[in-house]
Design a protein around this ligand. Structure first.
Ligand SMILES: [Zn+2]
Length: 477
């Protein structure tokens, strides 16, 4: 029996992993087993523990992985899959491969650091605590990547082929159209991956990728994300608000500290700052992008600038590489990063990690949080329990490197920067479909978001919508 099985991102937003099994004999000798995405579980411990479990089918029996994009919750388990014995190809778009070559080794490095931390503190019940995978193992897994362009059909075997279409989520992101023919029956499966903002209004600034999500889909079975299945993002142009925050802070002699994920979110923000500076909406103060990954990501953006938004392309055409923009300073070395501490006049510091869980942002906040002239600006999601959430929620102090740091700086969160479509945008995209899928499975959402989206799609469009559950098997014959 051919089947689809949800190995992750079912009941939660992380760990995306869906197995297509075309084997129809019990010996398992015929057919193929292919994973769409191979993401890391993140967040609450009950989910993270699943990173340590084997896949239900042995990794060595999986023939290939098809990857939608380079976020860790979609690609971060790949080094572990290879470590467990997977030897097949990993298919991805060229930009996704470039981004993975930065993101996966960094993840390996963080896994090693975490293990080291637990060993020092003896805070794990395992002795010694081991990393899920190492930096070296992450680098080794990059050798298995094979580039496939958008809309190029790739045949994996007589019964299975696929192609990538645009998702509009981050650079290189795609949806996977899989074509399955088993037992004399052909079916088209569409895996949405993460779906980017659908421009409902002409003035939706800040999108870094140009194309997607592609319309006119016609799958028999749809596997769709539901991250914002119960939310609507603000529709207003973020630029005037952002300019006001920066101008007010500069006026009182303060600096703006922006925790941001080094890949995509940082680049999107830098492009926006340049646009505001060139149109004289904000003063030309120094901007420090303090993250080694951010520099590599800028280079990847330039390499794939043809996939970027018109605004981003125009800025690069007019002003060249962001790495050479006059007011913009990239701090690759630890020493350069420390020098930013000496800057006493207004400046903008963009640094990671985006949820203040670690990284160089910690020492910037330690120094600047106690001064009421400064501004902390959040442009990304802050997960419960993170330092980012504590600061965002208006607490009086936050613990950094075991010291309580008083929070006297102004704190603002702008919600317009999301890379995920909201409920209205998802429904708008579904309305472009050429036909109703027989079944739509909702994945990649917290239970409340998935359930509200299920109701919205079934009542407003009359579709047959189900919520995916972890390890559920769906027959495909
Ligand atoms: Zn994503």
């Amino acid at each position: 029996m051919a089947y689809l099985q949800f190995l992750g991102a079912a009941g939660t937003v992380t760990g995306s992993k869906y197995l297509i099994n075309t084997r129809n004999d019990i010996s398992g000798k015929q057919g193929m087993q292919v994973l769409v995405d191979c993401g890391l579980f993140q967040g609450p411990k009950e989910w993270r523990l699943r990173n340590w479990e084997d896949t239900p089918v042995p990794a060595r029996n999986i023939d290939a992985v098809i990857l939608t994009h380079a976020h860790l919750d979609h690609c971060g388990w790949l080094p572990r899959l290879v470590k467990e014995g997977f030897r097949g190809p990993i298919y991805a778009t060229p930009a996704t491969i470039d981004l993975c070559s930065v993101i996966l080794p960094d993840s390996g490095h963080l896994q090693e650091e975490e293990a080291r931390f637990h060993n020092q503190k003896r805070s794990s019940k395992h002795h010694p605590a081991l990393p899920l995978y190492t930096l070296q193992e992450a680098e080794d897994c990059l050798k298995s990547f094979q580039a496939i362009g958008f809309e190029e059909e790739k045949k994996l075997g007589p019964e299975l082929s696929f192609r990538f279409v645009h998702a509009g989520h981050i650079l290189g992101s795609c949806m996977v159209e899989a074509f399955l023919s088993t037992n004399g029956r052909s079916r088209k499966l569409l895996f949405s991956g993460d779906i980017g903002r659908v421009p409902l209004l002409p003035s939706s600034p800040g999108r870094v990728v140009e194309a997607g999500p592609d319309s006119n889909e016609d799958p028999d079975l749809l596997v769709m994300e539901s991250t914002y299945g119960n939310r609507v993002h603000p529709r207003d142009d973020v630029r005037p608000q952002l300019a006001k925050i920066i101008n007010d802070t500069v006026h009182r002699g303060g600096s703006i500290v922006v925790p941001a994920f080094a890949v995509e979110r940082t680049q999107k923000f830098l492009f926006l700052l340049k646009e505001l500076m060139e149109s004289n909406q904000i003063p030309r103060i120094p901007v420090f992008a303090d993250s080694p990954m951010a520099i590599k990501a800028v280079e990847i953006f330039l390499k794939h600038i043809g996939e970027c938004s018109d605004e981003a392309q125009q800025l690069v055409r007019k002003y060249g590489s962001p790495l050479n923009w006059e007011e913009f300073h990239f701090a690759p070395k630890q020493d350069d990063s420390k020098k930013i501490n000496e800057v006493r006049y207004p400046c903008i510091i963009v640094s990671s990690s985006g949820m203040v869980t670690g990284g160089r942002i910690l020492h910037h906040l330690m120094l600047r949080l106690p001064d009421p002239r400064n501004q902390v600006l959040f442009i990304g999601f802050q997960a419960p329990g993170t330092r980012g959430e504590i600061i965002k929620n208006g607490e009086k102090s936050v613990r950094i490197f075991s010291d309580p740091i008083p929070i006297r700086a102004q704190v603002t969160a702008l919600e317009q920067f999301s890379d995920h479509a909201d409920t209205e945008e998802l429904l708008f995209w579904l309305k472009t479909f050429k036909k109703k899928p027989e079944t739509t499975f909702l994945v990649h959402g917290e239970p409340e978001a998935a359930s509200q989206l299920q109701t919205a799609i079934s009542t407003r469009m009359g579709w047959n919508v189900k919520i995916a559950h972890w390890l559920d098997k769906i027959p495909l014959d």
